[in-house]
Each structure stands twice: as C-alpha cells, then as structure tokens.
Design a protein around this ligand. Structure first.
Ligand SMILES: NC(=O)c1ccc[n+]([C@@H]2O[C@H](COP(=O)([O-])OP(=O)(O)OC[C@H]3O[C@@H](n4cnc5c(N)ncnc54)[C@H](OP(=O)(O)O)[C@@H]3O)[C@@H](O)[C@H]2O)c1
Length: 292
C-alpha cells in the first residue's frame, strides 16, 4: 500500500506546534507502547490510513522493526512522502553515553528503514546514573549530520533540565512527560514554557483511567458535546497547547483520538478538568526509574 499525500492525512485538521529549533511537529501522534513488533505493522498502517502523520516509538518498546515495515509498506521511508511524516524514537537508558548512543542510533535507524528520524529522545534521566550530558554530545553530532532533526528528552524534571543545560549549554526542544487531568505536573510545565521547551503528554488519558475521572465529570462533559470521554480529555490537552500521543491498537479509537477539532470545551468545562489535578501518577518516578 503506497499512500498518496491526501490519504496520508495532508487534509487532516491536526495543527503543527512550532518548536524552538524551527521544526514543526503534528500536535497529535500515535503512541505504540505495549504493542508487539508483529502487531505494530498493521496498527501503524491503520493509523496512517486514518490520517496520523506522527508516530511515537522507542527502542525500549521492541517494535521499531514493526514500525519500519509499516512505513516502508506505505511508501513513507523516502522521497517527498517522507517529509510529511514525523517519526520519534528514543534511546534505551542502558545505551546512554557518547559512543553507545551512536551505536544504538545506527541500529535503530536500520530497523526503522529510514535515513533520518524527526526526533530522538533520551528516555529517562536516570539521575542515579547520570550520563545525559555525554549522551547529548552524540545527539548533537547526529543532528549536525542530518540524521536527526529534533533533539528531545522524556521524564526530565526541572532539575534534570537545568543539569543538562549546565553541562551542554542547550535546552531540549521537547520534554515528553506523563501528563493527564489527574497528574498535571504544573511546575515542570511552567519551567518548560519559560525555557521554550515544548511539552508532550504521554499517557494523556492515564492509560484509560482518567476516562472515569471526577466522579463522572468527564462523561457528563462528553454527553454535552456528543463526543467520547477520550475526546474530552484529548481536547483539553489540545486547548492547553500540549503535544499528545494517545495509544490505541483499534482503528475506530485511533480515528476518534484524531477527531478533536469539531468542538471546543466551554471555559467552565476546561476549568473543571483543570480542577482534577491530583497527587497520583499512573507511571513511574523519574528520580528512581530506569526503563533499561
Ligand atoms: N516517554 C515515556 O517514558 C513514555 C511512558 C509511557 C508512554 N509513553 C508514550 O505515550 C503513549 C501513550 O501513553 P499510554 O499508552 O501509556 O496511555 P494512554 O494513551 O493514556 O492510554 C492508552 C489506553 O487507553 C485505551 N484507549 C485509547 N483510545 C481510547 C478511546 N478512544 N476510548 C477508550 N479507550 C481508549 C487504549 O486501549 P486500546 O489500545 O485497546 O484501544 C489503552 O489501553 C505510549 O504509547 C507511548 O508512545 C511514553
């Protein structure tokens, strides 16, 4: 299946977010965590058909080959069509460091069947085994060689962003963090905004748990607009200017998660969702976690 630009989502209503390095990232992408390598190929092909132009992967997800097969089958690995796609991947924590990162990247780009990736990210800060400054020198080289367009990090708290900046003189263009109505990380978001770092929300629906948040609040808002609970939460992120990468293996949900531009939350609905912030994360603590 070779995709035309139109069937690939060129007419999709999804807007781009301008990054500090001059690149533009589609505000909605598809997450593919916990999708097997084999399943990833049809899942990504469905998403491309639905209009996604942005896929969020990682070495640690074990499915870069599956993503590469989908991109190749859709004719999106080379030529003009490649320029319409945004492909993110991430470095394993165990492969941080200058030389290890360069070796890892060679393997990853081969699996993805690409000449360059749009964004390469440090997956976790691992402050107990900090190598991000050294890793960044490799990232910078990859960017200078044109093999990566945008450099990002995940799970960095302000102190990690400051440490990276102290060591390298640079801020990443994007910080991908756990962010959803019941875990809003306002300090990190404010720090990113202050330093021109775009915020990308992972687990934007708390892996599904936030669909029931607020004792039915999300459902009531969904009813008012004739949309799903998922669309209400994702629309809240869109209105906050956040990049989102909801994951679904189902084609109908993928379409739903992209269809966020035909309605708007009222000010009071938006404020009510702001009010759901709480003390419990769905994922891991960046101070102590390593994805390995
Ligand atoms: N950088 C990091 O450390 C990090 C960590 C975690 C995640 N991520 C990235 O962020 C992406 C998204 O996060 P996530 O997968 O943790 O959580 P999520 O996107 O908040 O939620 C995914 C869950 O919600 C379900 N779902 C999706 N759309 C739905 C809809 N319209 N209605 C009802 N349920 C729906 C999915 O089920 P089905 O698939 O069965 O539809 C899945 O169980 C990941 O895939 C990954 O790319 C990054």
């Amino acid at each position: 299946m070779t995709m035309t630009l139109e069937s690939k989502g060129q007419n999709s209503a999804v807007l781009d977010i301008a990054l500090s390095d001059g690149n533009h990232i589609p505000q909605v992408g598809l997450g593919i965590l916990r999708v097997s390598d084999e399943e990833t190929t049809p899942v990504v092909l469905n998403a491309l058909e639905a209009g996604y132009r942005h896929i969020d992967g990682a070495a640690g997800y074990g499915n870069e080959a599956g993503m590469g097969r989908a991109l190749a089958e859709a004719g999106l690995t080379r030529g003009d069509a490649r320029g319409c796609m945004w492909v993110t991947t991430k470095l394993r924590d165990s492969e941080q460091g200058h030389d290890a990162a360069l070796r890892a990247f060679d393997r990853q780009i081969g699996l993805l069947q690409l000449d360059y990736v749009d964004m390469y990210m440090i997956h976790w800060p691992t402050p107990f085994d900090w190598r991000s400054g050294e890793t960044w020198t490799a990232f910078r080289e990859l960017k200078e060689q044109g093999r990566v367009r945008t450099l990002g990090v995940c799970n960095f708290l302000p102190e990690h962003l400051e440490r990276l900046h102290r060591e390298t003189g640079e801020w990443p263009a994007v910080d991908q963090i756990e962010l959803h109505p019941t875990w809003q990380q306002r300090d990190t978001v404010a720090f990113c905004r202050e330093h021109g770092i775009a915020v990308e929300a992972y687990s934007p629906m708390a892996r599904g748990a936030d669909l029931q948040a607020g004792h039915g609040l999300i459902s009531r808002i969904a009813g008012e607009h004739g949309v799903s609970e998922a669309q209400v939460i994702l629309r809240w992120h869109i209105e906050n200017g956040t990049i989102i990468i909801p994951k679904s293996v189902h084609a109908d949900r993928q379409r739903e998660n992209l269809d966020l531009f035909g309605f708007a939350l009222t000010q009071s609905e938006h404020a009510a969702i702001d009010g759901l912030d709480g003390p419990v994360r769905a994922g891991h603590d960046p101070q102590t976690f390593s994805y390995a």
